[in-house]
Design a protein. Structure first.
Length: 231
């Protein structure tokens, strides 16, 4: 896959983004508000090592809910994107997809943590985590698009990754560039907003970040369909 193809996919993504952002914006804003609240509940205003033993029940519940809500948001948003792209309603088992993807990420994270404990080397742990993630990166879209089971989705994602590793690395390299430039713009905007209100600035930063994530997720979905259709 060439840079030109990626740019064409990004252009198509941006057109879809412009067409649907007004519809999805309330959902993004609501999610951003919920995440900000959960983060504030998880991290006390005056945090130090002694507070770890004094975390309240609310802190613990917020810590447990944060990854679950994030995964649910990701799956629901991805499902909406596929409905938008293919212009048809997917009879996807949302709850099943959420539980499957959450379980898979938990397993990968647990394996990475175990490797870190054994090796005590952060660089090795990061490399292994990225390697494992690349092998399962298409599991969520495969489950939504093809309605495969978790095991079959992992196998398909593995084959798709192995057969297109060059294109995938090129895609994620391009995503990093987009994230860098958008991050700079968001930082500039949030600094201006912080002059008026710090809490509002944090929320605006979160909303803008999630909007960029939505655009990249559309791009990723089109990229997946491009690879899948060429199989």
């Amino acid at each position: 896959m060439s840079i030109d193809t990626l740019l064409q996919l990004f252009s198509s993504s941006f057109n879809i983004f412009k067409k649907n952002i007004k519809i999805i914006a309330p959902f993004i804003i609501l999610y951003s508000i919920i995440i900000n609240i959960l983060i504030q509940l998880i991290i006390p205003s005056q945090f130090n090592i002694d507070t770890l033993s004094n975390l309240s029940f609310i802190n613990i519940i917020a810590t447990l809910f944060l990854p679950l809500i994030s995964v649910s948001y990701f799956i629901i948003l991805l499902n909406y994107i596929f409905i938008t792209i293919k212009n048809k309603v997917y009879k996807t088992k949302i709850i099943h997809s959420i539980i499957s993807w959450f379980s898979l990420i938990f397993i990968v994270s647990t394996i990475s943590a175990f490797i870190f404990i054994i090796s005590n080397n952060l660089l090795i742990t990061i490399i292994i985590f990225i390697g494992l993630y690349l092998l399962i990166v298409f599991v969520a879209p495969v489950m939504i698009d093809k309605k495969y089971s978790l095991i079959k989705s992992i196998a398909y994602s593995y084959r798709l990754t192995i057969n297109n590793i060059g294109a995938i690395l090129l895609f994620f390299g391009s995503v990093i560039l987009v994230l860098f430039f958008s991050g700079v713009l968001i930082e500039i905007f949030s600094n201006f907003a912080a002059i008026l209100n710090r809490e509002l600035s944090i929320l605006i930063t979160r909303i803008l970040t999630e909007i960029v994530f939505y655009l990249i997720l559309i791009w990723f979905s089109l990229f997946y369909l491009k690879l899948s259709n060429s199989e």
